[in-house]
Design a protein around this ligand. Structure first.
Ligand code: SF4
Length: 250
């Protein structure tokens, strides 16, 4: 039976040369992965000042007529485009703009209205169940309370943040894929998770801009600081942003 070879321990000189060879590689990796430092407070202020000057009252793009339809639209928008959701909800909200009307419509019919949206079966069920829960536990009102919102079917932290911000004017930050990218690229509040970025932004966004900060960042990411090719050449915060390499033209 062949005997198993014991692992060969490198001699001192071999170990030293391996260490020496690894050094430049380690340096290179460190250089490549080096993140620029987040912008200092005065530059953060300037970023939002410019966003405000361009669009003083930014609006979300999900169509709704009251806090309830806003909540439903946001629940339907997970992993779907706002335009796709609006297309489906225009007809739905004409006949069901309150929890009672939504429950009366029933899960099957809700499903018919939203079947062009991804994950529509689960979403239709959640819309039906959350409408029932609003009637039973909140007198048919959308609660202005994060914990209560997050207890509703299909409602997570991001949805709660959108509703608290848009329906109640609270200074929350709903981190979607666009906002996450912008915050890490500039960087404003870099983070590995949406929650880390949200909590980081809440610390650095000046109160004056708290109401609209998340809309400005989402719209900036959606239309200018795009995922594949950011349009740096027409970016209003190009001189402040530390992302490299910047694009020079279309
Ligand atoms: S300069 Fe480019 S990378 Fe930086 S925020 Fe603007 S579009 Fe994004």
């Amino acid at each position: 039976m062949p005997t198993k070879k014991p692992p060969v321990k490198p001699g001192r000189s071999e170990a030293l040369s391996a260490k020496a060879a690894a050094k430049p590689v380690a340096k290179l990796v460190a250089k490549r992965t080096k993140q620029p430092k987040p912008l200092p407070p005065d530059e953060v202020f300037e970023v939002f000042r410019r966003f405000e000057a361009i669009e003083p009252e930014p609006k979300g793009e999900l169509e709704h007529v009251n806090p309830f339809t806003l909540l439903v639209a946001v629940v339907l928008s997970a992993q779907a485009t706002d335009a796709g959701v609006n297309k489906a909800t225009r007809a739905l909200f004409k006949i069901a703009d309150t929890p009672e009307k939504m429950v009366a419509l029933g899960e099957d019919k809700i499903r018919d209205y939203v079947k062009t949206i991804g994950l529509y079966r689960t979403k239709a069920k959640n819309v039906f169940l959350l409408s029932q829960q609003l009637i039973a536990e909140h007198s048919s009102d959308v609660p202005r309370d994060r914990d209560a919102l997050e207890k509703l079917p299909g409602v997570g932290r991001k949805t709660a943040n959108v509703v608290l911000n848009m329906a109640f004017g609270e200074h929350t930050i709903a981190v979607d894929t666009h906002l996450f990218r912008v915050s890490n690229r500039v960087p404003l509040a870099p983070g590995k998770t949406p929650l880390a970025v949200e909590l980081g932004l809440l610390k650095i966004v000046p109160p004056r801009f708290g109401q609209h900060a998340h809309h400005w960042l989402i719209l900036h990411g959606r239309y200018i600081c795009k995922a594949r090719k950011p349009e740096c050449w027409r970016c209003p915060i190009n001189d402040l942003c530390r992302f490299e390499p910047k694009t020079k033209g279309p």
